[in-house]
Structure formats: C-alpha cells, structure tokens
Design a binder for this molecule. Structure first.
Ligand code: FES
Length: 358
C-alpha cells in the first residue's frame, strides 16, 4: 500500500558541496537486534531519521540531556555529534556508545539500540504542550496543533490517545492524529457538539500559546507491523484521527499491502480531511478510499453504521484474509462486530478503538 507511486529519493535535505565531500548523501543504518533499517540524510540525526522511518527507537528528551537514546555503534563511522549535556561514561564511550539524538552518520552504520516492541515498552508521560495552531476546517470541526517543549517530546505509538487538561475543564481523552515520527508536534481533532463543554471551550476560548497538560499515551489501537495482510480501516467521524495516525505510520514503514479506508460521517460533506485521503489515493499504490455518510432512518447507531458500510460488505464479501482496524463510537460495536464475523473476519484480527465522544 504505502509504496509511493514514484519512489521518492531518500531524504537528503539542503547541503553545501563541501558537505557532500565530507558526508554521503544518505547513509544506511541497520539496527540490531531487530534488523530494522533506515536511511539517514547528512543533516539529520540518527534519531530523527529512525523515527521518520517508523521505528520505535527508545528515547526521552531528544535534546542530549537524558541519555535515554544511548546506542552502540557496532560498525561504520559517525559524522558530527552535536553538543550534549549528558556525559557518556568513558568506559561506554570506548565501547562505541553515542546518543542517537545528537549523532549523524558519516558512513553506513550498524548500531545496537533499544526499540519498543509494543505499548508496554512506552512509558506513561506527563508534559505541558503549547497550542501552536488552531485550524477550523469546518464550522463545527477544529484541528488543534500542539507542540511539546524542546526538552520533552511525547513518545507514543501510532493509534494511541492522550488525556488533555485545560483551564480546570474535566479531562478529555483524545486520539493523536499525527505520526509518532515527530513527538514534539501533536494533532487532535474536535467536533463541536451540543452540551459538550470541552469542544465548546476549544471553539470559543482556546487561543494559540495556551498551555495544555498532556498525559499518556494510552490504548492498544496500534498497527500490527509484522502482518502482510491487506488492511481495512473503518473510521466514524473524528475516529478518523487515530486512523490517520495509523495510515501515516504505515506510509513511514513503507508497508506494501493494500489498504482500504472507509470513513463514515453523519452528514454529507463532513469528511473534513478529504484532501488527505485523495492525496493518499493519488500518491500511493493500492490505497483505496470510500467516503460514506449515515442515512436517516430508524435503528441503533451501530445498525445504521453497518448499513452505511454497505460498500465495504460488497467490496470485501470475505474478510478472512484481512486485518481490520475500526475507530467507532461506544455502543456501535456489537452490530458491526456481528457483521464482520458474518463476513468471515477471524476473531483476533480486529483492532478496535471505542470513542466516548466523537
Ligand atoms: S533522548 Fe535524551 S539524550 Fe537523547
């Protein structure tokens, strides 16, 4: 799926001819023991490049103060290693240890580094982020962009959520809509709904520069990265947020299997990031997108959603060979789950996020 239609050159960034002589355009880094590989440009650190490639490298501050991204160079040569407050003990230096958030590559490298293999390896964190942009995509839809302090990024896996606290309002869980490749920039989506004070605050009083307490990450709605099966993703309203994060992560990993996104909204025209979906269709091989909306009618939300998803049942009459990810409202899961099983989805191939508010 995530193969770019015209394979982009590996990142290189802006650089001078003299820098070209000193360092390669990009170097290949192999991480052991996982065997993961990524390319690093001459002007980016090993950590930046590894996260961009979708790896779950272990780190904390990302600015050279904590030592949390320590890795051992097993083969190859490092380029510049930027200033860092954290002092690597001399005995470790002699063994080749460096800080991935500060080190660049001069040649292809093999490094020994810790990687998270699942949600249990990602610690609970608390930090204060700043609102850097409020993007009103529709009358009732706001995208909030947060930036963490330079010294404290948020480590999370694609598809997870955080709890937000602002100005004494009841805390609100929100799925992270951005990619873990930049833990400093977080995106969350709010749909304004009657009687819900948090979005009301976001639409009427929230301003850029406002501080927001962020706690997390939480949740197990993450990608099965080892699977080669086609992926079907189903999002309801702002359930698109976590699904977007999963898709961006799949793109970073260059997963090759087909991916089909079905996005259900309550009103026609409510697909507030339609441009993203169309860009994925245009830019990626085997990416399919079907926008859908609920029809008026009787029945529970789950039954009406299952009805709106008729194209999914037609496109995939047999779901026995796919992985299915769905982010839907609490209470809608039973009719949908039944329908999925009826179409052959094996138990255990469903990853689900249930939304209290959407
Ligand atoms: S992540 Fe803290 S020193 Fe690199």
């Amino acid at each position: 799926m995530a193969k770019v239609k015209q394979q982009a050159e590996k990142p290189s960034g802006q650089h001078s001819p003299s820098a070209d002589r000193a360092q390669p355009m990009s170097a290949k880094v192999k991480v052991i023991p996982s065997g993961s590989e990524f390319f690093v440009g001459p002007h980016e650190t090993l950590l930046e490049a590894g996260l961009r490639a979708g790896l779950h490298l272990t780190y904390h501050c990302a600015n050279g103060t904590c030592g949390g991204c320590k890795a051992r160079v097993v083969a190859g040569e490092l380029g510049d290693v930027g200033f860092h407050d954290y002092r690597i003990p001399a005995s470790e230096k002699a063994q080749g240890y460096t800080l991935m958030c500060r080190a660049r590559a001069a040649t292809d490298l093999v490094i020994e580094a810790a990687e998270a293999s699942g949600v249990a390896d990602v610690p609970l964190q608390e930090l204060t982020a700043k609102v850097v942009k409020l993007e009103r995509l529709m009358d009732d839809l706001m995208v909030v962009h947060l930036r963490t302090p330079r010294s404290k990024t948020l480590r999370f896996l694609a598809g997870q959520y955080v709890t937000l606290e602002i100005d004494g309002l009841p805390p609100r869980d929100k799925s992270i809509a951005s990619c873990p490749c930049s833990g400093r920039l977080l995106q969350v989506h709010f749909r304004r709904r009657k009687g819900d004070p948090f979005p009301k605050y976001v639409f009427s009083r929230l301003r850029t520069s406002k501080k927001v307490l962020v706690t997390g990450p939480f949740g197990e709605f993450t990608l099965d990265e080892a699977s080669k099966r086609p992926m079907v993703l189903l999002a309801y309203e702002t359930g698109f947020a976590s699904v977007k994060s999963l898709i961006e992560h799949a793109i970073a990993l260059e997963l090759e299997q087909p991916l089909h996104l079905y996005w259900v909204v309550e009103k026609p025209g409510g697909h507030y990031m339609e441009n993203y979906c169309r860009a994925w269709v245009d830019g990626l091989d085997s990416f399919h997108y079907t926008p859908l909306h609920l029809r008026d009618g009787k029945g529970s939300l789950g039954k009406r959603t299952a009805k709106a998803l008729r194209p999914l049942w037609t496109d995939h009459p047999d779901l026995s060979g796919v992985d299915l990810y769905m982010s839907i409202p609490v209470g809608a899961e039973h009719p949908l789950h039944e329908e999925l099983l009826r179409h052959g989805l094996p138990e255990g191939r469903l990853r689900m996020e249930l939304l209290e508010k959407y």
